[in-house]
Design a protein around this ligand. Structure first.
Ligand code: TRP
Length: 324
């Protein structure tokens, strides 16, 4: 049986953290054998917030390095950069013309930005439509995303339905793939780990930076001897990402019995993090020595993704009527 097609994008918005890894990247790595996988760097989306050319191009290369370091295998995954597929922006335009403003005004991301009284650019407002184009141009079956991006996949489905209704059957409907147990990774303050909350643990920071972030995890003021509640402990919540069932139960016992200090729990967590990232850091250093190789991987990926997109665009242009 032919493999289903998976597609997902990640914004090149600076250094990646544990939340990105457990919330997204790890899924791509785990799924790369099961699906025909396409993963891209959403640089066009990033321009809605990053308007510093030098920073953007550095971020793009960095995110490519991060992905390769985390275990994405370019032999299995088509890794490319969104802006290499100019067809996507053309398709987004066709979608724009069948999308109403009130419909986009209902997007949570837009509403959040609006509530914060930020000046919202048209690109940000239109974000879900560009994303719909990313997804639909490749005939994607599944889109692994964090829970916060689920609505965007719904926008892609709605847009496909609308286009199909107006122009006839053209797009298949993608499914969001949300992994329940990894959907939300808590940050060091217990809220969702997110750069905007400044509560992240960096994946490829220096060991000192990682240690510092771990040591800053917010706890209550119970002393070592006191029994502690694992269910409300931010450190414990992070241990869950690393420990198997037995080890986790062992730790849970130590929490409820008392005798383990938060500091010790943090030190254990630090070790768990380091064990995970050590081989990744080594791989990252290897790739960083050969950036031309990374560029080559992205170019090869773009070629493959472009070939699919341009076939699809022929059909779309015929339907829209711009072919004469
Ligand atoms: N909006 C996604 C994010 O910020 C990135 C993204 C852009 C994406 N286009 C996509 C994800 C298409 C999945 C499919 O995380």
């Amino acid at each position: 049986m032919e493999k289903k097609k998976l597609l997902s994008g990640i914004q090149p918005s600076g250094t990646i953290h544990l939340g990105n890894y457990f919330g997204a990247i790890k899924q791509f790595v785990d799924l790369q054998d099961k699906y025909d996988s396409f993963v891209f760097i959403a640089d066009l989306h990033a321009i809605t917030t990053i308007q510093d050319g030098k920073a953007l191009s550095e971020n793009i290369l960095n995110v490519a390095l991060d992905y390769l370091a985390c275990g994405l295998d370019p032999k299995k995954v088509c890794l490319f950069k969104q802006s290499d597929l100019t067809d996507v922006t053309e398709l987004a335009w066709y979608f724009n013309c069948i999308t109403t403003m009130p419909y986009l005004e209902r997007a949570t991301a837009y509403k959040d930005a609006h509530m914060k009284a930020k000046e919202i650019n048209v690109g940000l407002f239109d974000y879900p439509i560009l994303m719909a184009a990313d997804i639909l141009i490749q005939d994607s079956d599944v889109v692994p995303v964090g829970a916060d991006q689920k609505q965007h996949v719904e926008y892609a489905r709605d847009t496909a339905l609308k286009f199909n209704k107006i122009y006839g059957e053209t797009f298949k409907l993608p499914e969001p793939l949300i992994m329940k147990n990894v959907a939300i990774v808590p940050g060091i303050d217990g809220r969702k780990m997110s750069k905007s909350y400044k509560n992240t643990i960096p994946l490829f920071g220096t060991y000192e930076e990682i240690k510092k972030a771990v040591m800053r995890i917010v706890t209550d003021s119970k002393e070592a001897k006191d029994p502690k509640d694992p269910d409300t402990c931010n450190i414990f919540a992070l241990h869950k990402l690393f420990l198997d069932k037995d080890k986790l139960e062992e730790l849970q016992d130590k929490y409820t019995k008392g005798g383990l200090s938060y500091k010790e729990s943090k030190e254990m967590l630090y070790e768990e993090i380091i064990n995970l990232i050590k081989p990744m850091r080594e791989r990252r250093e290897e790739y960083a020595k050969d950036l031309d190789k990374v560029r080559e991987i992205l170019n090869e990926g773009a070629k493959k993704a472009k070939a699919i997109a341009s076939l699809k665009m022929k059909i779309i242009r015929n339907k829209v009527g711009v072919n004469i």
